[in-house]
Design a protein around this ligand. Sequence first.
Ligand code: F6P
Length: 578
Amino acid sequence: ARGTRARGPAGPSVAGPMADVGGIATWRDEVAWEAAWRALERHRDALAGFSLRRAFEEDPGRFQRFSRRLELGATEMLVDYSKHLATDETLALLLDLARASGLERAREAMFAGERINVTEDRAVLHVALRDLSGRPVVVDGRDVMPAVRDVQRRMRAFVEQVHSGAWRGHSGERITDVVNIGIGGSHLGPQMAVRALEPYAVPGLRVRFVSNVDGAAIDRELRTLDPARTLFLVASKTFTTQETMMNARTARAWLVRALGDEAAVARHFVALSSAVEEAARFGIPRESVFEFWDWVGGRYSLWSAIGLSIALAVGYESFERLLRGAHALDEHFRTAPLEENLPVLLGLLAVWYVDFLGAQSRAVLPYDESLEHLPAYLQQLDMESNGKRVRRNGAPVSYPTGPVVWGQPGTNGQHAFFQLLHQGTVLVPADFIAFAQPHHDLLDHHRALLANFVAQTQALMRGRTTAEARAQVGGNDLLAAAKTFPGDRPSTSIVMPKLTPEALGALVALYEHQVFVQGVVWDVNSFDQMGVELGKELAKEALQRLSLGDGDAGARPGAELDPSTAGLLAYLNERAGG
Ligand code: F6P
């Protein structure tokens, strides 16, 4: 028997030995982990009645102890985790759990290039892509850094050529528009970063993104593009992803039709991929393929050649600053003791909410419009990494793992879903992100923005008692009930001086490592994504059965379909003609 343990917020633990499947060793010390978990359960029960308001009143040192200011070279970061439903003891017990999970060993294994992605038998080395220290990083006995630096040199040279106008389109025009065609990790990171770093944009070059297989997406872009001045980046690690390949083929056909020459492809398409041969088969010359490696996960790839759209948008110098910011955070994560280590502390607090306080989601609320794509980016990072149901050794987990991640910039969210955050019946820990200096001179706007950021974290924490509400509404009980805020709604505040490339790099790396920490505590493989495969396979089959009025594809033979799927396909085929 696998001996799984019914654990988690709801139930008591059921002891039993954990079997290894496929001989994958766990970093976890099972006995110590179990003890730490139970200690946290007891602590959670003992903490009932904890009030953040009271904790702050009784302990003037709480902010000092539960916040950290990190110097990160050209940037810095203040992380305030004092507004969490946690005490010194909570953190100490969570750190016990981290140690029992083998977090230090796991961290070392990642940085050392061990094949910690066990299902795909791959190393996990996105940190090497931003390691500008000159240190060798060895995978299978080979230092990967010379190849990393070689691609970076080629990226820099290409970016300079496009910016200077030395790289021209097939008919001799300058490139004015870049379209990144990619999806998931080959889209979300670059799109998020290009938008966030708009103040650093190189003038004269627009960078756009197409991801969805929905023809409306690429159609909309192609309508406003001049083929003679457009450069397409086909961004795909595997170069087989249906959406990306279909969009790339459509773009290619559009370009060849408009410029009247197959040879134009060489001047208007480059590939960002680890599948160099596949890219060549698409017709992209070898010298226009910017390579990365299987040890870079898709959702961890914005630092690799996949970041070419970022480098084109903001210049290679700024792209390198992004890498530097991430590297500074990597150094903190790699070297700081667990109790001072921000990704560790934040990752553990996330575990605390999911596994001990029953939270099923977490909100990401950047008080910065230019981080509008950050929540979508973090959704993939977190949910594709830790939305897992088996341990690294294949045995089922018996506790909740990755939460739903969602959010949007403040103050917009305040007028949409904050009602539920303040007075709803579910617990949603929230990350607030803000920058002291804006990139514009509308200081009254910035003051208002920051005032809202501070006020929201304060309101969530302290709430408003019924007595306070009653006093406000002249003793009207009905109104007082409606205007009562329970408070004790937890939040982390991440504040930085300014949204520079370094700041963005550090912020993203902070999240990447947090996700890693959670994955280690849960003992899941945070670096595969098998859960996306079944839908992809079935879509291939469904494609065979969708005629959309064009022939009789609906009747093509295939596996027996369930009546619902068959009914949907039949309706679509029947109505496709309009
Ligand atoms: O959605 C699954 C996935 O494999 C992601 O993990 C990945 O980021 C995305 O598809 C795109 O993959 P590729 O870069 O190979 O086109």
